[in-house]
Ligand binder design. Structure first.
Ligand SMILES: *Cc1c(COP(=O)(O)O)cnc(C)c1O
Length: 416
């Protein structure tokens, strides 16, 4: 079977070795999965999830009991006062954008304390010219870079003492930056420091790719608001689209009025038959995240054995589901991504090529043979074509499929 799939005996032997080496790490992942599963199950039971919540509304979407209850379930899981969980968000970037436009007013300043945010926010903030950017409304942007993968505490304190900052953004996952993702412990520590100086600044976390990787989410360590995508971790591979904004009730209300209409806020928004998929997706999410983590650990170890630099290392504590592999040249990066595509269940015969994607500055190659377009909780791998030629791989709905996809990619770079 492996041979038919295009995996040689040698590669298969290497895979078996790796799988044996990582068993104790897999056990830790399973333990966290069980913990988060209890969280989800409790939230379902406490909110009496029932068949009526799988129903749907159209048009304005008034009185959608499923939607309203889904938001209660998400709030409980994320320890939020309130949340906005909507299919009207077309992506994580859209939810981040809605949040920023909802909280900031002309003359306000937002501050990123982990360097430049995710590439798709460039035009939102106005780092790249756009007539609809925050900058075009007179909203200022400042950033403080990380030093040695940690926050620059001195600079953060100095800035907060000298300037009025309205909102601080912390992006935990690395995006396309060559840095480590930010642990919940580091988030907790920096929030304490921020609060010693400024009690009111809005602390917003881009939580994409981090949900259910550990036992705690950022609202539990003092963040005001968190944002994430449903075609990543919390959608469990089943949510057909959407994103969430969760946290302080007053902020969620502002975000709702920006997403829909001032005066209507959370009261409207048709669910168009996605309620059941969102609930079932959240139900599967702890386990799907665990599968993604196992796929990432396996990838890190097998590519390390093949001589590539990987981040995180296979035995490092993980913050998100993203695995970086440094290829050092564009050819191997492209080959690897093409191999991931070949190992996918959908569009396996498509050949991804680097191209200019809207929202990104460099050419990007994206491999994704996913059931849901752009879903990156499904095995996917992408990388901007720029030195040091990093591949950012994430997802894997089951470990078995994740592993098979990775083996296909490994085979594709070996046989070059
Ligand atoms: C994926 C991601 C986003 C949002 O991306 P979308 O593709 O718009 O959902 C934002 N920030 C980070 C760190 C991400 O990984």
């Amino acid at each position: 079977m492996y041979k038919q799939f295009g995996i040689t005996d040698e590669t298969n032997k290497l895979a078996k070795e790796v799988e044996e080496e990582v068993q104790s790490i897999f056990q830790q992942i399973d333990e966290i999965c069980e913990y988060n599963s209890i969280k989800v199950l409790n939230a379902f039971q406490n909110n009496n999830i029932s068949d009526i919540h799988f129903g749907s509304t159209s048009g304005y979407g008034y009185n959608d009991i499923g939607r309203d209850t889904i938001e209660k379930v998400f709030s409980e899981v994320l320890k939020a006062e309130d949340s906005l969980v909507r299919g009207q968000f077309i992506s994580g970037t859209h939810a981040l954008t809605v949040a920023l436009f909802a909280f900031l007013r002309p003359g306000d300043t937002m501050l990123s304390i982990n360097g430049k945010p995710y590439d798709t926010l460039d035009e939102v903030i106005g780092l790249v010219d756009n007539a609809s950017s925050l900058k075009s409304y007179g909203i200022n942007y400042e950033q403080i870079d990380l030093i040695d993968n940690d926050f620059n505490y001195d600079e953060i304190k100095r800035t907060l003492k000298n300037k009025k900052i309205k909102l601080i953004e912390i992006q935990r996952s690395k995006g396309y930056a060559n840095r480590k993702s930010i642990s919940i412990e580091k988030v907790e520590k920096v929030i304490k420091t921020i609060r010693e100086i400024d009690k009111n600044v809005i602390i917003m976390i881009d939580n994409c790719y981090c949900e259910f990787v550990g036992k705690k989410e950022p609202l539990e360590v003092g963040a005001d608001i968190i944002v994430g995508s449903l075609i990543k971790n919390l959608g469990g591979g089943l949510a057909p689209n959407g994103a969430y904004i969760a946290g302080r009730k007053d902020l969620v209300a502002l975000a709702a009025e920006r997403l829909t209409v001032p005066g209507e806020g959370k009261e409207v928004g048709p669910t168009l038959n996605i309620n059941k998929s969102i609930l079932q997706g959240l139900f599967f999410a702890p386990s799907v995240v665990a599968s993604s983590l196992k796929t990432a650990v396996f990838t890190s170890r097998i590519l390390e054995k093949l001589g590539y630099k990987t981040e995180p290392k296979y035995n490092e504590k993980r913050v998100d589901i993203v695995q970086t592999i440094e290829f050092g040249n564009s050819k191997d990066l492209i080959k690897y991504c093409q191999g991931i595509q070949k190992g996918s269940p959908v569009d396996s015969n498509a050949m991804p090529e680097p191209w200019d994607m809207p929202g990104y500055t460099d050419k990007v190659i994206m491999a994704a043979g996913s059931f849901t377009q752009g879903s990156s909780i499904e095995l996917s791998c992408d990388g901007p074509i720029r030195p040091p030629y990093l591949a950012f791989q994430q997802g894997g709905l089951t470990f078995e499929y994740g592993k098979l996809g990775v083996l296909k990619a490994v085979q594709n770079i070996i046989k070059k």
